[in-house]
Design a binder for this molecule. Structure first.
Ligand code: BG6
Length: 508
């Protein structure tokens, strides 16, 4: 289109201006392995619907659901429609749904059976003809690691000459460093690193990405973002829910593998990383991996594990972890982990990063709190500044998404009393628009081939190396569990971790 024609159209419709920023992926088929599972219903299909709702999907697009459960195309569409109606964030519109459902197919296979893979290949070839998807594939693996390995090999063997292939791999990516290396080996034998998209859905959250905007789009923070001005950092990933019927999965994982190894360490990396030279996948991930590499294993006194017992969450009595269905009555799986971590580099040496994650805590809350040092010499008398705390920058990842800066202010009235108050930025108020779900962003980025918000091999391996070292130390003794009541903020040892340093967890 000629420039003048475009400009004229924009004058008539200023909304076109914004649309220019959006890129639409090339035609492709999204193949979901594990399509009958919870993730597909709760997250993937609602995300695809929201993308369709905003016209962000390519016109030539198809979804192929693959799972063990027997089902027909129509049954699958019907189940997915219900899932979108139940879990979607946008209003349900028949015409949007129809446009998506038209390209939806389902195949039931046994993942270990090669004949099943042949049927998948035939269906994909047919979809290319019918939908014009040109041999381009995004394979989404929402399956256990055991099925994953065979599938990757089968896909590689059947890879056609036409089009590109990308692999989205859900967590858990392995169970420890050795198994993660093995999986990485399987992948790199057949695919290049930029064809592999390892999901850590926290990176798809708007507020997590805002950490990068906050740090690198504002000139005021950089000069003070270091050990000279920051006293310590606190990162909390608290959930009030329990294990939600996922006993088999959780018994294997525990809080350290489920949250600490991925979401929590990624939050540390984003908080501590150096400014990348640009916003490409390689530059951003190069800086994050340096942080992960510079973290040493915390000593046993600097790690606390916990498991919830019976208690009250939001006024309702809930069972202890060992009483949950499917959990061993003597289980030593941790549902809480806290640690004092150090990033040993020039910027952060000796600055503690206190982190904690847990299930059945007092409320759902993910926050990064950057606590600055006290004012060097407040000229007010002690009584007047009794209610004054050091400055804190609070990044509320969820809920109440936003950023707050805690500053000291004069209490109105006679005399000079000082108290801490909050300067708030709330997403809801500033942008008046709902936040997209993490999976919308991540699926779209993978279709576009942008890996910035996915974890690279070396990051995953560094994360596991740290976890392996912690877990190895744990195996030396048996914990006394349960050690915190559901609905509290975790075991008292987690409080001691900070009180020994003359600090306390924030009660945000
Ligand atoms: C998942 C964990 O990765 O993250 C779950 O497996 C956890 O146990 C979930 O509940 C938390 O995600 P969010 O987006 O609700 O904070």
């Amino acid at each position: 289109m000629a420039t003048t024609e475009r400009q004229q159209q924009e004058q008539e419709n200023p909304l076109l201006e914004g649309l220019r920023l959006k890129r639409t992926p090339e035609p492709c088929v999204l193949v979901i392995f594990g399509a009958s599972g919870d993730l597909t219903r709760r997250k993937l299909l609602p995300a695809l619907y929201s993308l369709a709702f905003r016209r962000l999907l390519p016109e030539q697009f198809a979804v192929l659901g693959v799972a063990r459960t027997e089902s027909s195309d129509d049954e699958f569409r019907e189940q997915m429609k219900e899932a979108v109606q139940k879990h979607g964030r946008d209003e349900f519109r028949d015409e949007v749904w129809e446009s998506l459902a038209e390209g939806m197919r389902y195949i039931a296979i046994d993942f270990a059976d090669e004949a099943g893979e042949d049927r998948v290949s035939r269906c994909l070839a047919k979809l290319d003809e019918e939908r014009g998807t040109r041999g381009n594939r995004v394979y989404y693996f929402a399956v256990p690691p055991s099925a994953f390995e065979t599938l990757v090999q089968e896909i590689a063997e059947r890879r056609g000459r036409e089009g590109w292939s990308r692999l989205i791999v859900e967590k858990p990516f392995g169970h420890d460093l050795a198994s993660a290396r093995h999986l990485n080996g399987v992948l790199t034998e057949h695919f290049t690193e930029n064809e592999v998209f390892r999901i850590d859905h926290y990176l798809g959250k708007e507020t997590v990405q805002n950490m990068l905007a906050l740090r690198f789009a504002n000139g005021i923070f950089e000069p003070i973002w270091n050990r000279q001005f920051i006293d310590h950092v606190e990162i909390t990933v608290a959930e009030s829910i329990g294990i939600e019927g996922r006993a088999a999965f959780y018994e294997e994982q525990g809080a350290i593998r489920d949250i600490f190894q991925n979401h929590l360490l990624q939050l540390v990396a984003l908080t501590a990383m150096e400014p990348p030279i640009d916003f490409t996948a390689e530059s951003v991930r190069n800086e994050k991996v340096k942080v992960l590499r510079s973290m040493h294993t915390p000593g046993p006194k600097h790690v606390v594990r916990g498991q919830y017992g019976r208690g009250f969450v939001e006024g309702i009595e809930v069972p202890g972890y060992r009483e949950e269905e499917g959990v061993d009555a003597e289980s030593t799986t941790e549902t809480f982990v806290a640690a004092k971590l150090f990033v040993d580099n020039w910027r952060w040496a000796d600055t503690p990063f206190y982190v904690r994650a847990g299930k059945r805590l007092a409320r759902r809350e993910t926050t990064i709190a950057i606590q600055f040092q006290r004012a060097p010499h407040p000229p007010f008398d002690e009584l007047a500044s009794d209610g004054l705390r050091p400055n804190v920058l609070l990044v509320h990842i969820q809920p109440n998404e936003g950023v707050a800066l805690e500053i000291g202010a004069k209490v109105p009235g006679q005399g000079m009393a000082i108290r801490s108050v909050h300067m708030d930025f709330l997403y809801g108020g500033a942008f008046r628009t709902g936040l997209p779900e993490a999976y919308e962003r991540l699926i779209l980025d993978a279709m576009l081939g942008d890996a910035t918000l996915f974890t690279r091999t070396d990051e995953v391996e560094e994360q596991w190396a740290l976890v392996d070292a912690i877990v190895a130390a744990w195996s030396r003794d048996r914990p006394t569990f349960p050690n915190y009541a559901a609905g509290t903020w975790g075991p008292s040892a987690a409080d001691d971790l900070l009180s020994r340093d003359g600090r306390a967890w924030r009660r945000h």
